[in-house]
Design a protein. Sequence first.
Length: 480
Amino acid sequence: MARVAALLATLFLVGGVALAPSAHAASDPSSGLPSTLRVGTEGVYPPFSYHDSSDKLTGYDVDYIEEIGKRLGVKITFVETPWDSMFSALQSHRIDLVANEVTLNPERKAKYDLSAPYVTTTGVLVVASDNKSITSLQDLKGKRAAENVTSNWADVATQHGATVVGVEAMDKAISALSQGRVDAMVNDQLAVKNYLNTKGDSGVKIVATTADKSQSVFAARQGSGYMPAIDKQIAAMQQDGTAQRLYDKYFGAKAQQASGTSDWQVVKDNAWPMLQATLKTTIPLTIVAFIIGLAIAVVVALMRRSSVLVLAWIARVFISIIRGTPLLVQLVIVFYGLPEIGIKFSTFVSAAIALSLNVGGYGAEIVRSAISSVPDGQWEAAETIGMDYPTSLRRVVLPQAARIAVPPLGNTLLSLVKDTSLTSTILALDLFHQAQIAAAPTYSYFALYCAAAVYYWVICFVLNHFQGRLETRLNRYVVA
């Protein structure tokens, strides 16, 4: 067991090195803001935050906060974050400010530092084009409304008696609505109108507006001290006409209209960016997580078989926790939870840790069962010729166990490739996230998601091929 202990110590040492906290930019004394302001925004919510045809991040909120940063002499760095994770990222110091149509309400005002409103809009009630039973908010009672569960619009729907069905984004809500899966949707008027202008006939219609006005603000952690300087620039932009020019750019008469670009053309235009995301993130993350996870699996499997009760108990607990909790929860805990207790990793490292632990938890039982499948006579024969336990394990047992473990471990590897898509929730620019970014301004979700599926299938097809060759090689000298 000395080798096991040494390997465990090495793993913990590597983990300890990764715990080094990232440095934060120094503060700018003239404004109370850091010299580099990390701004959280979705990047998939047109016209407020999205990628244009050249893949540049743009939108009303993006341009607005960039103009504020320029006036204050502060560098703006955008961190693209899913809306449901936005305030978790803020609390865990992953970002300094949220610029993503944050609606002003008493709950947020009590918990965060909020800026003065920089745009005012209203909500609209949207139903399917052939729906004649819902014409006002009062008709929502007992109906199903597709909403982002953490948004202000979900509260509006709930207040009028609707049952909220959670969706990630407005486009998915409209899709569910047009397919008859839900009855209605309440969302921002400007965002809905932009969707209708861009998509054209989408099978939905606006039937009512909400009585209240929605005021959008920027949000920061409580006590940040950022807002006086930001509020001053918001007032200046409204006074000198800059705010109106930005508004006209995205919401005026000359704002984006339906482009008529075919889905096939959209896929062609985004094939290379999706391939880049695959090569830069999805494949490297799969390789790193599988190698580390396999090492963890072997160590945990040996601990699980150990006669030392403490080691066996630790292994059982580890396997139980990993297999008993969703991978998405594990990713969120590592990325957003650990920073709140002072442990902070980069996006790639966080994803690699969570995925490696997940592979280790599931792989440990595969490795353990493979080792157990090796006949006891092999152990005895190794002892007979003078091999100690580590040598017997390394030279006799593990090579035979590897042949048995390859098929189920191959399944684990294929699952890992597809599980990397979940890392988009912790800001990783993987293949699936790139597909989401590409689809946001064009709303060609079906075509781009199908294209992403093809990429995943090709990767898995290649891995299946190599798995088959490896199995053939390992079985070459097996006596029938």
